[in-house]
Ligand binder design. Structure first.
Ligand code: LIP
Length: 270
């Protein structure tokens, strides 16, 4: 059985290659290839090209593994391992020329179901920012690789000042009232709010102590698969609806103390 660190090493090599392709294509100009769930939910030609590169390299290196990607769908494997991939997380940032976008690659074992899988390896690479976050199950979470890598730890929560909390809003305007109501319930816990526009980077920043917490409704498995393992390996908690796993209904990530407060505030009803 391949070790989590071997899977992370492979994911790191592929993420670096994919991220450089994304960065190069950005410099050449971005073409919107289609819209998906709403007019604001775009996919660029680079999203599709980067995912094809990732999928091809994984098929070459590990042909028996499954694949679950944002742009090209899912394919069951026979090895018990599935790769969950967002080729460019933060697509709107990417299209607008904002550098906060990332290649997100996770390897999970078991059912390719986010409520049941166990994450083994995770890489979030932001090529325009030159930062790579990675984690292997049981081996901690790191910024960078090799001897210069920095071990990550979530920030200890100081409730008196409030937390620096990130969130996001769905592409569908019909969901905004609920998102804003949820934000209103969280504000008493916050010193301020950040809206970065990439769930993979939001989660990686919680792991790095750059954010105290993050919550968002409407994420897909490829948005949170890698970042969730990075948070957990940095000593944080990741969940969804009370007692649940992260998912489309809700994703919450924070240090242990703030996680409990966020979960309660979001679940509270007036
Ligand atoms: C994005 C997420 C972000 C969310 C956006 C979108 P994409 O993923 O990373 O947190 O607010 O609505 O879902 O579409 O750029 O891969």
């Amino acid at each position: 059985m391949t070790s989590p660190t071997d899977l992370t090493r492979l994911a790191t090599d592929i993420a670096r290659e994919a991220g450089e392709l994304a960065r190069r294509r950005r410099g050449e100009g971005v073409r919107i290839a289609a819209t998906k769930s709403a007019l604001a939910d775009i996919v660029t030609a680079a999203d599709r090209e980067v995912e094809a590169l990732i999928r091809g390299r994984l098929a070459q290196e590990r042909p028996r593994d499954g694949f679950f990607g944002e742009e090209s769908g899912a394919e069951q494997g026979s090895s018990g391992i599935t790769w969950v991939v967002d080729p460019i997380d933060g697509t709107v940032n990417y299209a607008y020329g904002i550098p906060s976008y990332a290649v997100s690659i996770a390897a999970v074992e078991g059912e390719p179901d986010p409520t049941r899988w166990r994450a083994l390896a995770a890489v979030v690479f932001a090529p325009a920012l030159g930062e790579l976050f990675q984690a292997s199950a049981g081996e901690g979470a790191w910024l960078g690789t090799g001897p210069d890598a920095q071990l990550l730890a979530v920030r200890a929560h100081a409730p008196e000042a409030g937390g620096l909390i990130a969130t996001g809003f769905g592409y569908d305007p019909a969901t905004h009232a609920g998102d804003l109501a949820r934000l209103t319930r969280v504000m008493p816990l916050a010193r301020d709010i950040r809206r970065i526009g990439s769930a993979a980077l939001d989660l990686s920043y919680v792991a790095a102590g750059r954010l105290d917490g993050y919550f968002e409704r409407g994420l897909h498995p490829w948005d949170h698969a890698a970042g969730a393992l990075i948070v957990e390996e940095a000593g944080g908690r990741v969940g969804g609806l009370p007692g649940g796993r992260p998912g489309n209904d809700l994703t919450i990530a924070a240090g242990p103390d703030l996680f409990v407060a966020l979960e309660a505030a979001i679940a509270a009803r007036d």
